[in-house]
Design a protein around this ligand. Structure first.
Ligand SMILES: [Fe+2]
Length: 196
C-alpha cells in the first residue's frame, strides 16, 4: 500500500498531467514514479506551523479537492518549516511555511536536479521580488494570490499554474485569503543564486 505522502504525490501528478506545459508534464511523470517509492518518509515530520493552518477545504475547488484530502492524510508525515531567515526579508518568515516532499532534502529522497514541495502564505502578506537560477512552477491548491513574474501580473486561485523561468524576478501577494500551493524547482536547485 502507498504511503500517504506517495498518495498525495500521485494526486499532484494527476493535476499536473492536465497542464499543457513541458515542466508540468515532466513533474507529472516524476511524481507518478516517486509515488511508489519504498521506505518511510515520516522521519522528517514536523507539524504545520501553529496558527497558520486555515480551513483550506472551505476555499478549495472541486478540481483540487482530492489533492487536499490526500494532503490531510499525508500531513502528519510532512516536514513543514518556516522559510530560512537568510532567504527572506527580516520578520517575514513566520508568515509562510514550506515543505520539500521530493528532492535532495525531501521527505522522499530524489535527485539534486529537482525539488517538489508545498508552500503556504498567510493572508495579507507580500513575498517580495526575488529570483533564483532554478526553473520554477507553482500550482495553486487552495486560496488565491497575485503573482507578478517579470512584468506580468495575474491573480491565481485553485487550479492555476504559474511558471517562473530561471532568473525571472517574481513576487507573490495575498490579500484576504491565504494561498496553498505545490511548487517544483528544476535545473540548478541549490540556493546559492537565491536573491531578493
Ligand atoms: Fe521562486
Amino acid at each position: 500500500m502507498r504511503h500517504p505522502v506517495g498518495s498525495f504525490l500521485a494526486e499532484c501528478s494527476h493535476l499536473l498531467k492536465a497542464v499543457d506545459e513541458p515542466m508540468a508534464q515532466r513533474f507529472a511523470s516524476l511524481l507518478a514514479a516517486a509515488a511508489d517509492t519504498e521506505g518511510d518518509p515520516s522521519e522528517l515530520a514536523s507539524p504545520f506551523p501553529l496558527g497558520l493552518r486555515p480551513d483550506m477545504g472551505a476555499i478549495a475547488t472541486a478540481r483540487t479537492a482530492a489533492a487536499l484530502t490526500g494532503l490531510d492524510a499525508a500531513d502528519p508525515h510532512i516536514g513543514w518549516r518556516h522559510p530560512p531567515e537568510e532567504h527572506v526579508p527580516p520578520g517575514w518568515a513566520h508568515s509562510a511555511a514550506a515543505a520539500e516532499l521530493l528532492g535532495p532534502d525531501g521527505s522522499i529522497t530524489g535527485p539534486d536536479s529537482e525539488r517538489f514541495g508545498l508552500f503556504f502564505l498567510n493572508p495579507g502578506v507580500t513575498y517580495p521580488d526575488h529570483w533564483h537560477d532554478a526553473d520554477e512552477f507553482y500550482y495553486v491548491l487552495a486560496g488565491s494570490a497575485v503573482w507578478t513574474v517579470d512584468d506580468e501580473t495575474t491573480r491565481s486561485s485553485a487550479g492555476s499554474y504559474i511558471r517562473t523561468p530561471s532568473q525571472a524576478v517574481h513576487r507573490i501577494i495575498t490579500d484576504d485569503e491565504p494561498v496553498l500551493t505545490v511548487w517544483g524547482w528544476s535545473g540548478d536547485t541549490s540556493f546559492d543564486s537565491y536573491g531578493y
